[in-house]
Design a protein around this ligand. Structure first.
Ligand SMILES: Nc1ncnc2c1ncn2[C@@H]1O[C@H](COP(=O)(O)OP(=O)(O)OP(=O)(O)O)[C@@H](O)[C@H]1O
Ligand SMILES: [Mg+2]
Length: 402
């Protein structure tokens, strides 16, 4: 199956260059930096352990130089592609790099787009000769909007992103996992009569049929799994239920978006466990930043895969005393996406029960959401007509076999 992300290892003795490269790649969702090495021997060790698709290799490194490492890797791990990064641009270096088995050569300094292009081209050249890897992974990408502080905009971003994905023809499900006070139904003007509580209330097996009967189909083509109508029912939903529901639905959808409660408990840990990309939402308020920092620390402490965590700044507004640079430095994590503060658009869309990506498509807010969708999907697919219940149809086929 075609890997969803290109796994990259950075090998360079300069710490600053490694963090610059990491930062440059952080806005490319199709690329995941899985490790860094500061010398030739460490590069060999990590390459053997982590099986990256691409190694970005400096030439002048202690212990073993980059060309020697490239030579060894080319023999030992033929599925690994090396891109040399060098200050020397002379033809001779290029020739030696290619002879050692490198697939591309970047002269320092290079731009973020040159770097991403080199990685994509190298990876695509390799994969085109691997028919076994051509098929798209037939499993939904699970994205969770997360924050340990309330009111930062998780529901707003999750609903609009999910609608935007559905309008691009992607089979998408939005789950309202804010089980006590979920707002997805009201935000999208839907009745919450059919919801997750109906799936778990009787202690019976959770089947695809049972889930299907309790999904709500939004006119955009988006499917919704709504939260219980009353907080009293929330306790009935256990981590195991969430696990089974996600496992059952993952083969049916292309994207599953999860809106969460401002909390870090067993339900949230279960969700995080099954999530491919965590969109950690923060605003430019000191209290939000404090919570985001604590949240990042907690995820680190529990050894969560931090490469999956992306920072989204919502309600961005100039001149409030905290800038983007302060955030990146203070939180030690690059910003993945920025969504502007636009109270009128956000609130009138909310009060009308219509997502702003549909109601106000030309607003800066909607454009920011569309840009985020493009980042996530990794292409420029234009907005298309609503998908006609594609996922539900597929789910029904799974249940009824026709
Ligand atoms: N980019 C934005 N610009 C202006 N207002 C926004 C923006 N994003 C969200 N809002 C507003 O902020 C408020 C809170 O948003 P939302 O309900 O999405 O947050 P939440 O994190 O889901 O909160 P909760 O903790 O209640 O689940 C809403 O009034 C919403 O309209
Ligand atoms: Mg919410």
């Amino acid at each position: 199956m075609r890997p969803r992300r290109i796994k990259v290892l950075i090998a360079d003795d300069m710490v600053e260059l490694r963090s610059n490269v990491r930062r440059m790649l952080s806005s490319h969702d199709s690329i995941q930096v899985i490790g860094e090495a500061g010398d030739g021997e460490a590069t060999l060790k990590l390459a053997r352990e982590l099986s990256p698709h691409v190694v970005l290799m400096d030439i002048n490194m202690p212990k073993l130089d980059g060309l020697k490492v490239t030579e060894i890797l080319a023999k030992e791990l033929p599925n690994l592609q090396v891109i040399i990064m060098s200050i020397q641009s002379e033809q001779e270096y290029f020739r030696r790099a290619m002879k050692a088995g490198a697939k591309d050569f970047l002269t320092k300094p290079f731009s973020s787009s040159d770097l991403a292009d080199a990685i994509h081209n190298t990876f695509n050249n390799w994969i085109k000769d691997r028919p076994d890897l051509q098929q798209e992974e037939a499993r939904a990408e699970i994205l969770s909007f997360f924050a340990t502080k309330g009111g930062v905009g998780r529901t707003t971003l999750a609903t609009n992103l999910a609608i935007s994905l559905a309008r691009r023809g992607k089979r998408t499900l939005l789950i309202d996992a804010s089980f006590q006070f979920g707002d997805v139904a009201i935000t999208l003007n839907q009745k919450a009569g059919r919801n997750i509580y109906n799936i778990v209330e009787k202690e019976e097996d959770i089947t695809a049929g049972k889930i299907d009967a309790n999904l709500t189909n939004h006119p955009s083509g988006l499917d919704l799994l709504l939260a219980p109508i009353e907080p009293a029912f929330a306790d009935a939903i256990k981590p195991q239920h969430v696990k089974t529901i996600l496992e059952t639905l993952a083969p049916i959808y292309q994207y599953i978006i999860i809106d969460t409660a401002p909390h870090l408990g067993t339900i949230e840990l279960q969700i995080l466990d099954q999530t491919d990309l965590v969109l950690l939402v923060g605003t430019l308020e000191i209290s939000s930043l404090k919570n985001t920092k604590l949240c990042l620390k907690t995820l680190n402490d529990i050894k969560y895969d931090m490469a999956k965590v992306k920072l989204v700044i919502n309600k961005d507004i100039p001149n409030v005393g905290i800038g983007r640079k302060d955030i990146e430095e203070g939180l030690a994590i690059p910003i993945f996406a920025v969504v502007p503060m636009e109270a009128e658009t956000a609130q009138s869309a909310l009060n009308q029960g219509e997502p702003f990506v549909v109601k106000f498509p030309d607003s800066p807010l909607a454009r920011a959401l569309e840009a985020m969708t493009t980042l996530i999907v990794g292409d420029e697919t234009p907005v298309t007509a609503p998908a006609s219940g594609g996922a539900l149809l597929k789910l029904r086929k799974l249940i009824f076999g026709s």
